[in-house]
Design a protein around this ligand. Structure first.
Ligand code: NDP
Length: 283
């Protein structure tokens, strides 16, 4: 390993191969741009081998790794500790070597927040968040930690939505409520930020979020986690109503930026990473 430090992306069997993986292209573009003699490699790890793989990464001096489904929760017992938001969420997508310890972090929500902060400071704001899955959970927790005043979770499945609301209330003492999603949802007056945290629209440019568009007011900030297409129907509709629209590619790039910052200590060039990611994704 005299060539430099290695980062190791542990992924499940559903992952793409390294050659076509946009995250690999994005992270390695940052390393190359900043003259860092580092590598980021993508490897498939089965659930049975996860503990062995983590111990192996540690033994070989890896500076960290990302992990995707199905490892985000099951990796936790193999780590030495958790960052604040990862502990609240109970999910890890980024592992960072700190001294001799492997610490689990979650960069999904942090990436979203970094992207959001280019348009608005969420402190003291009122948020409507569609969805209660992994992405929505990560976003809601980071918003809570950032001092958001109120969050309404709008979700189709009541049980899943209620679980997220209970987590926000119990662990973050947040003013959170659930709206079970049926029919077109009307965003309450006074809402500052509206977020699609569902997979609606992913690879489906015509897919429509069940939302009363007349309830969107000019000046609201509207964000989508969906990154392909970059410009979703939801964002187009919101922009046409005078809202400020933030795409999911910004979240994806920023979670990569946070990861590189954690691992290397440098702040990488965002434009270089966004270009590499967009080019690898063909968008
Ligand atoms: P999950 O499967 O964990 O959650 C999916 C969510 O979408 C649930 O709340 C689900 O509701 C809801 N949903 C899906 N289809 C419908 C529908 N037809 N009507 C109403 N609700 C629906 O997925 P993730 O949270 O992991 O991912 C969600 C999206 O976020 C994906 O598109 C993913 O690509 C994207 N993502 C983007 C990132 C980025 O950096 N930009 C990072 C991570 C994820 P219910 O509970 O009722 O099933």
């Amino acid at each position: 390993m005299s060539e430099g430090k290695f980062l190791h992306e542990l992924t499940g069997s559903m992952s793409q191969g390294a050659a076509g993986n946009p995250t690999v292209a994005m992270i390695e573009a940052a390393f190359a741009h900043h003259g860092l003699h580092w590598r980021y490699v993508n490897m498939e790890v089965t659930p049975e081998d996860l503990g062995t793989a983590v111990r192996g990464a540690k033994a070989m001096g890896f500076r960290g790794f990302n992990c995707s489904l199905p490892h985000k929760v099951t990796v936790i017992p193999h780590l030495d500790g958790l960052g604040e938001s990862a502990a609240v969420m109970g999910a890890v997508n980024c592992v960072v070597r700190r001294g001799e310890k492997f610490i689990g972090e979650n960069t999904d929500g942090k990436g979203f927040l970094k992207s959001l902060e280019t348009a608005i400071d969420p402190k003291g704001k009122s948020v409507v968040l569609f969805g209660a899955g992994g992405a929505a959970r990560a976003i809601a927790v980071e918003l809570g930690l950032a001092g958001t005043r109120r969050i309404t979770i709008v979700n189709r499945s009541e049980a899943r939505g209620a679980e997220l609301v209970a987590l926000l209330r119990d662990k973050l003492k947040l003013d959170a409520e659930l709206a079970v999603w049926s029919g077109d949802y009307a965003v309450p007056a006074g809402t500052d930020i509206v977020i699609n945290g569902t997979s609606i629209g992913l690879y489906a440019p015509e897919a429509r979020l069940a939302l009363d568009l007349n309830s969107l007011q000019p000046g609201m900030v509207v964000a989508d986690v969906v990154f392909s297409p970059v410009r979703t129907r939801f964002l187009d509709d919101a922009a046409a109503r005078g809202c400020r629209a933030l795409d999911g590619l910004g979240m994806l790039v920023n979670q990569g930026i946070v990861g590189v910052q954690y691992w290397t200590g440098i702040t990488p060039d965002a434009e270089v990473m966004r270009k590499a990611l967009a080019s690898a994704m063909g968008v």
